[in-house]
Write a protein that binds this ligand. Structure first.
Ligand code: ADP
Ligand code: MG
Length: 230
């Protein structure tokens, strides 16, 4: 992802504001892909995943616009609470639990490095597993989150590399759901007939992680290294 002409330097840590930027970019990505997510859910669910996620993340952006908290934990908690209250269906409580557990895991720190991010994502993934009584291989969002978490763990000293490989791993995980039989959530009603379709939750997770990698890669506007060094 290195771009020699880039006028910005990648982030090495995530501040509260950076987490806000990530979530705003994720909201934009989900809005841009609403139809695609809904089509995936139409094939093996009830055709609402795109609209559920778009509505939820739009409400999150509104909540952040009204007042963006100044610690990572508080931003993540606001994201969680808004998702839980705005998104119906399985994905609201699951993503809500993810961000709430992340919030608890980061505690009082003001910035997350790659290792702290991996710890927080691990807490979030454990929350999804507990809340949905799920594991990998069941054709759910966990099939994108779990490989992404393993990828994050492989690069504890570079946030840019960690988030880039995590996004890539989530995209591969999303593709891998195609061959799986759903055993959790609405798609499990279809049993073997769910094979051949991508899981919508794994697809939204891949978008959220791509937004994270992009946020880290893009860095802060105006951080041209040539100008920053005086
Ligand atoms: P609903 O299924 O209630 O209509 P959504 O369509 O918004 O909710 O979300 C569906 C997604 O939720 C699925 O594609 C899957 O990734 C995820 N999901 C459903 N149940 C579980 C579970 N028990 N564990 C993990 N993820 C789940
Ligand atoms: Mg649905």
């Amino acid at each position: 992802m290195t771009d020699l002409l880039s006028a910005t330097t990648p982030l090495t840590v995530l501040s509260a504001a950076d987490i806000g930027s990530w979530i705003r970019l994720a909201a934009q990505a989900v809005t841009d892909h609403t139809e695609e997510l809904t089509k995936l859910d139409a094939a093996i669910g009830d055709a609402d995943h795109g609209t559920n996620m778009r509505r939820g993340l739009a409400a999150v952006v509104t909540a952040l616009d009204e007042g963006e908290p100044d610690t990572p934990a508080a931003v993540l908690k606001k994201v969680a609470m808004t998702l839980v209250s705005q998104v119906g269906g399985a994905s609201g409580p699951l993503y809500g639990t993810f961000f709430l557990r992340m919030s608890t895991a980061v505690g009082g720190v003001t910035e997350l490095d790659a290792a702290a991010l991996a710890d927080a994502v691990e807490a979030g993934v454990d929350g999804i597993k507990a809340r949905g009584r799920g594991e990998t291989g069941e054709k759910t969002m966990l099939d994108a989150w779990c490989p992404a978490l393993s990828a994050l763990r492989e690069h504890p000293s570079s946030l840019e590399e960690a988030t880039a490989v995590a996004a890539q791993a989530a995209a591969v995980g999303r593709e891998d759901t195609r061959g799986m039989t759903a055993t959790k959530g609405r798609a499990s009603y279809l049993g073997e007939r769910s094979v051949g379709h991508l899981d919508p939750g794994a697809a939204s997770t891949a978008l959220i992680l791509r937004a994270l990698a992009q946020t880290v890669h893009d860095g802060h506007p105006g951080c041209d290294p040539g100008q920053a060094v005086r």
